[in-house]
Design a protein around this ligand. Structure first.
Ligand code: SF4
Length: 105
């Protein structure tokens, strides 16, 4: 995990979107997915086809310069659907739950 990603995760999990070099609009404008079909990032269902689609979306994210702010935005605004910042909705939910468990213990 690179430094930007770590900062984004920490900020989002603590309830703050890190305000570093990105403006809210700025990271969207340079995202690797900006010219792709948005439906790719919103797989429907839970079957093998949906999992395969999510993996295809995550491949975009792995090359994306906006991955950290995108994930921070999704975590801090509790986006409940779709792939953001390289993580599917169920992965983000698990991450947020594990953070709450750590805070509570
Ligand atoms: S991290 Fe993924 S979903 Fe977010 S802007 Fe980049 S390609 Fe799009």
């Amino acid at each position: 995990m690179d430094e930007d990603m770590a900062r984004a995760l920490l900020g989002a999990l603590s309830g703050r979107v890190p305000r570093t070099k990105w403006t809210p609009a700025g990271w969207r404008e340079v995202g690797s997915c900006r010219h792709s079909d948005p439906n790719l990032f919103y797989p429907l269902g839970r079957g093998a086809a949906a999992a395969e689609q999510a993996e295809e979306a995550k491949a975009f994210c792995r090359t994306c310069p906006s991955r950290a702010p995108c994930l921070a935005f999704a975590l801090s605004t509790r986006q409940d659907l779709g792939v953001w910042g390289g993580m599917a909705a169920d992965e983000r939910r698990r991450l947020l739950r594990s953070q709450r468990t750590l805070v509570a213990s």
